[in-house]
Write a protein that binds this ligand. Sequence first.
Ligand SMILES: *[C@@H]1O[C@H](CO)[C@@H](O)[C@H](O)[C@H]1NC(C)=O
Ligand SMILES: *[C@@H]1O[C@H](CO)[C@@H](O)[C@H](O)[C@H]1NC(C)=O
Ligand SMILES: *[C@@H]1O[C@H](CO)[C@@H](O)[C@H](O)[C@H]1NC(C)=O
Ligand SMILES: *[C@@H]1O[C@H](CO)[C@@H](O)[C@H](O)[C@H]1NC(C)=O
Ligand SMILES: *[C@@H]1O[C@H](CO)[C@@H](O)[C@H](O)[C@H]1NC(C)=O
Length: 308
Amino acid sequence: MALAVLPLIPLLLAELVGSSRPEEACGVDAAAMSMLQLEKAQVQRQQECGHLLIDKCDPEANALCANNCRFHTHRDDCYRPIPDVLAEHPGVDGYCYFNYTAFWVAYAGPVPHYELEAVEGILGLRGPFYRGLHTGPVLTYNFEGVENLTTQMDSPHYSYDDLYAYSLGFLQGQGLDPEWMKNSSLWISLSKQKCDEIQATYNFSKEELVLADWLDRNMVISAMTMCSAGMDGSLFSAEIKAEAGYRNATDCQPVTHREFAKHHYVKCMLGYRNSAADMAYLNARACLLEGNHIGHFSDCPYSPPVDF
Ligand SMILES: *[C@@H]1O[C@H](CO)[C@@H](O)[C@H](O)[C@H]1NC(C)=O
Ligand SMILES: *[C@@H]1O[C@H](CO)[C@@H](O)[C@H](O)[C@H]1NC(C)=O
Ligand SMILES: *[C@@H]1O[C@H](CO)[C@@H](O)[C@H](O)[C@H]1NC(C)=O
Ligand SMILES: *[C@@H]1O[C@H](CO)[C@@H](O)[C@H](O)[C@H]1NC(C)=O
Ligand SMILES: *[C@@H]1O[C@H](CO)[C@@H](O)[C@H](O)[C@H]1NC(C)=O
């Protein structure tokens, strides 16, 4: 899924599911973290971003807080091609314009801090099921162009994000050095390069780049990814299973490079500042090791400043 989670989002989510708030950013440099929060607070005063008209997530979305378009200030634009919408708002960040149309679309301000944003993404997605490094089941993916790609699913979202990162080539060991994210302008230009490569390969039409469709597709990709990992996806709704071509764990459609490329490319269209944040999150948390195994944290050359 790969997101930047603002402090308020866990609050809204917690309200919805009645669970406790995700862990605070323990292990992160506290001073740097509060700097980041201060900057964000200033941004919220200075810039009018899109927001929800009522203080709750749309219960009719196909997953928790996954599509709030109906309740959003820019509701109508959710259903139009993103390039057309943003062409009418030059200079406006897409994550600001569509802020909080889903919990993972959260504007993090004009000044990026990619290492910290990666940590926020890691902690925000980790969820209550995380028990630590090397505690989850080993998954073997059935994926285009690679044999015996494995990972250890320490948190449920790993099945998606590990394969997504591998597909995009964003894991450590696939050519992207995490040191580079310290230089934001460099990192953004690398992100733009990747976005251009994706479009040169897939030539997505603007009709394929509609925000509401992208939001709804996320759960479908999740079901396809579980198929790729040989996991049971029977708990998905009938609608998602139909979209994903999922009948059972042996009769289902695996996810494709194209599917992942499109998911990322929409972030490119919403601003390279945001696709770069996705790239930072995916690069900081995992790496490709010998024998096509995906490792995390201390398995990897670089481990982000976060407890694991
Ligand atoms: C984004 O939307 C949420 C939910 O409506 C709102 O609380 C928050 O202030 C918005 N963020 C910005 C930067 O405007
Ligand atoms: C993949 O794993 C299987 C079972 O462990 C093994 O028989 C096969 O040779 C492996 N293939 C490659 C390309 O490593
Ligand atoms: C950051 O990267 C840019 C290239 O995108 C380069 O021109 C600049 O010198 C770098 N800054 C630092 C501090 O290394
Ligand atoms: C890309 O797609 C557009 C339609 O969206 C088409 O007009 C164009 O010819 C395509 N370009 C390439 C290089 O395939
Ligand atoms: C999966 O569905 C197919 C029919 O689509 C059926 O033949 C097969 O037995 C099912 N497998 C399991 C494990 O239920």
